[in-house]
Design a binder for this molecule. Structure first.
Ligand SMILES: Cc1cc2nc3c(=O)[nH]c(=O)nc-3n(C[C@H](O)[C@H](O)[C@H](O)COP(=O)(O)OP(=O)(O)OC[C@H]3O[C@@H](n4cnc5c(N)ncnc54)[C@H](O)[C@@H]3O)c2cc1C
Length: 460
């Protein structure tokens, strides 16, 4: 893995750029990159602090009203904070917590800062927080883009049409963006700042949040756990990935998506480690990790309607509109879908897998959303139901890949197919395909074993 102390210029954006004033520290506002290792924003903060002979203070602000977040997400987040806090404290870097509106809380800490650095997020919530904070603080404010391989505006200047068009642009850029930052060390004693010790994070997530969806019994957050999963994947599954990754009855996926979503591990680190191995499966995995994942970032960055039916391409909206009144063989309400109460045992199995574990198999996600479209009264209602359920239960939900994944099932990044009822020219999937390609019954049995072991939590 190439280590560099210089952060590639196009990863850095000046959100606010007055001259640096007096201040007691450089503040790193950790939001999207909940990790101490391989963190370019932190490395940038350190480089900056060194030139001013100042210490670095790190802060994470828990926002109880973060859109669509519930106890499942907050639990995973808090495990990531404990792990990052421990990693930082080994390097004598303080991590303090605040709770509330991040703009207000970070602006308060910024009063004594010479410089504020943050990581980058792509959803409207992240963009709004950063732009509002820039108006509230007096010192320079820098954003470092370290949760993608190729920075989004560097990869493409526009919303891409398909993975094919995007892949061609990415292939020549990727080699230039594989440097990892060296681990920063403390630049002197940090002052005591007003905040809650990171060790107390669990006390911050039990009141005033949606607790209707409980923690995953399978997935635990944190950077050590993320690295363990990466190494297990490389050691045991990578070479099987090309032939078996679509098969829901097999466990050959990396399970890295929740860790990437919460920034517990850097995608640069994942890609570099996999490249080092030169194992079979490397190209197929990197295509998902880099091209598919960053195509999703491209979608939400350039399409302001990424979270609605209106964000789909015109041909997909038109064909779904033409078939909106077609007779549906089955229709279900959002509540029936949420409770896995359909006639289809494969669909019910994947919905139960999602509700119990917080992570549905990748191939079943396509089948799942296609069937929601087929069985819901209108395509608009289907779109919002799929997104709500995805974001409510998936640990990796509320991510650019959530919006691109659902949109793909409704035609985004795809092409028109032969026309048929209800789906029009949008690609169709059926249960016979699952039966033909996979041992789908053993997937259903695996989910039944999960139900037996953990029960179906919540509201049914
Ligand atoms: C309807 C639908 C909803 C989806 N919702 C989400 C979501 O909420 N969050 C999310 O992260 N992904 C989502 N995806 C994309 C994909 O299914 C998951 O990223 C993948 O299943 C995660 O499991 P893994 O890490 O074990 O995957 P692996 O196969 O091991 O892939 C490695 C990494 O590549 C990336 N990746 C793989 N497939 C895709 C893809 N199709 N699009 C974008 N990136 C991909 C992910 O970062 C993943 O962690 C969705 C796909 C669909 C069709």
């Amino acid at each position: 893995m190439a280590v560099s102390h210089v952060i590639e210029r196009s990863r850095i954006r000046e959100v606010r750029a007055p001259r640096a004033g007096k201040g007691e520290y450089v503040l790193y506002w950790m939001q999207s990159s909940v990790r101490s290792g391989g963190n370019m924003a932190l490395a940038y903060a350190f480089g900056n602090a060194r030139t001013r002979d100042l210490p670095v203070v790190t802060c994470f602000c828990i926002d109880p009203s973060y859109p669509e977040a519930n106890l499942r997400h907050f639990t995973f987040l808090s495990e990531g904070i404990l792990s990052a806090g421990a990693g930082l404290s080994r390097r004598k870097i303080p991590l303090v917590l605040r709770r509330g509106d991040p703009v207000k809380e970070i602006a308060d800490l910024a009063k004594d800062a010479a410089f504020v650095v943050t990581d980058r997020g792509y959803l409207s919530y992240h963009k709004r927080c950063r732009e509002t904070l820039a108006r509230e603080i007096g010192c320079p404010f820098i954003e470092v883009e370290d949760n993608v391989i190729v920075p989004v505006e560097r990869a493409s200047q526009k919303e891409e049409w398909s993975a094919g068009t995007f892949r061609r642009k990415m292939e020549r850029l990727i080699p230039d963006f594989l440097d990892m930052p060296g681990d920063a060390a403390s630049a002197g004693k940090a002052p005591d700042v007003d905040g809650i010790p990171y060790q107390d994070v669990k006390t911050l997530i039990h009141s005033g949040i949606d607790s209707s969806v409980g923690p995953s019994p399978i997935f635990r957050g944190g950077e050590d756990e993320a690295r363990r999963r990466l190494e297990t994947f490389i050691g045991e599954k990578l070479s099987l990935y090309p032939s078996r990754r679509n098969d829901p009855s097999q466990d050959v996926l990396s399970h890295l998506s929740p860790y990437l979503h919460f920034g517990n591990i850097s995608p640069v680190e994942c890609a570099s480690r996999v490249m080092e191995t030169q194992k079979p499966g490397m190209d197929e995995f990197l295509d998902q990790l880099i091209v598919r994942r960053e195509l999703a970032v491209n979608f939400v960055h350039y399409n302001p309607r990424y979270d609605s039916f209106q964000g789909l391409p015109a041909w997909a909206r038109a064909t779904l509109g033409d078939h909106a009144r077609d007779l549906r063989e089955y229709t279900y309400t959002a509540r029936e879908l949420e409770g896995a109460k359909t006639h289809d045992p494969y669909w019910n199995a994947c919905q139960n897998e999602l509700v119990i574990t917080g992570k549905m198999h990748g191939y079943m996600r396509m089948y799942w959303a296609k069937k929601i479209l087929e069985w819901t009264r209108s395509p608009e209602e289907a779109y919002s139901t799929a997104l709500v359920l995805n974001n409510r239960y998936e640990l990796d939900g509320r991510d650019p890949s959530s919006y691109a994944g659902v949109a793909w099932c409704f035609g985004k990044h795809d092409r028109p197919w032969p026309e048929r009822p209800v789906l029009g020219k949008v690609r169709y999937m059926n249960a016979a395909g699952l039966e033909r390609k996979f041992s789908i019954e053993s997937y259903v049995q695996r989910v039944e074993a999960l139900i037996e072991k953990y029960g179906i939590p919540g509201r049914y």
